[in-house]
Design a protein around this ligand. Structure first.
Ligand SMILES: CC(C)(COP(=O)(O)OP(=O)(O)OC[C@H]1O[C@@H](n2cnc3c(N)ncnc32)[C@H](O)[C@@H]1OP(=O)(O)O)[C@@H](O)C(=O)NCCC(=O)NCCS
Length: 157
């Protein structure tokens, strides 16, 4: 998806308790387009953002001091797992998502991990295109009751 929107240069910082409301609102906004696509609301919409913000594993992307994106990570000792990446709809297509993925990759490299892994839902075809664009390799998919997950990985060379 080529975008003509002006690229932005965000900065990141760890999420704080005071960010929780904005993070919850951003999840509803960003994942809202999937409400009609999947049977139940996407999991990130249902999270308790007071806990997410306080987890120490979430980061926000700021443009001019305002939150426009967020991401959460988990480590499995070999890879960093990228979870819940979201960008405000009004800021999408301007490089914020790519910036946050690069930020996660840098965290993984600094920690001496092998790469970054993530999964998304098969119905979320925009995400599949996005991660492929960022050189993530689709490794496998899993169908469970009511969900079809697609797994991606980027291994550092
Ligand atoms: C997915 C998401 C995080 C992408 O963030 P974004 O800021 O809009 O993406 P960027 O502007 O950084 O795009 C980075 C690159 O991916 C490409 N891209 C983005 N969306 C794309 C799509 N749907 N199809 C193809 N390419 C896409 C862009 O063109 C850009 O390519 P370029 O660097 O060559 O110009 C954002 O759309 C979002 O919040 N979606 C809803 C929440 C969600 O589903 N999150 C993912 C959970 S796994």
């Amino acid at each position: 998806m080529a975008s003509t929107a002006k690229r932005v240069c965000p900065v990141t910082r760890p999420a704080e308790a005071a960010d929780s409301e904005q993070m919850a609102e951003m999840a509803r906004d960003a994942y809202g387009k999937y409400l009609d696509l999947v049977d139940e609301p996407p999991a990130p919409i249902l999270l308790d953002y007071e806990k997410v913000a306080a987890s120490g594993r979430s980061h926000v992307a700021l443009i001019d001091g305002h939150i426009h994106g967020m991401v959460t990570v988990e480590s499995d000792d070999t890879y960093l797992i990228l979870r819940n990446l979201a960008v405000r709809t009004t800021s999408q297509g301007r490089g914020v998502g790519k910036f946050l993925v690069a930020f996660v990759e840098e965290m993984a490299r600094s920690a001496g991990l092998r790469g970054v892994r993530l999964w998304t839902r098969a119905e979320m075809t925009d995400n599949i295109a996005f991660y492929k664009r960022l050189d993530y390799v689709l490794t496998h998919s899993e169908r469970n009751e009511g969900s079809h997950r697609v797994f991606f990985c980027k291994e550092f060379s």
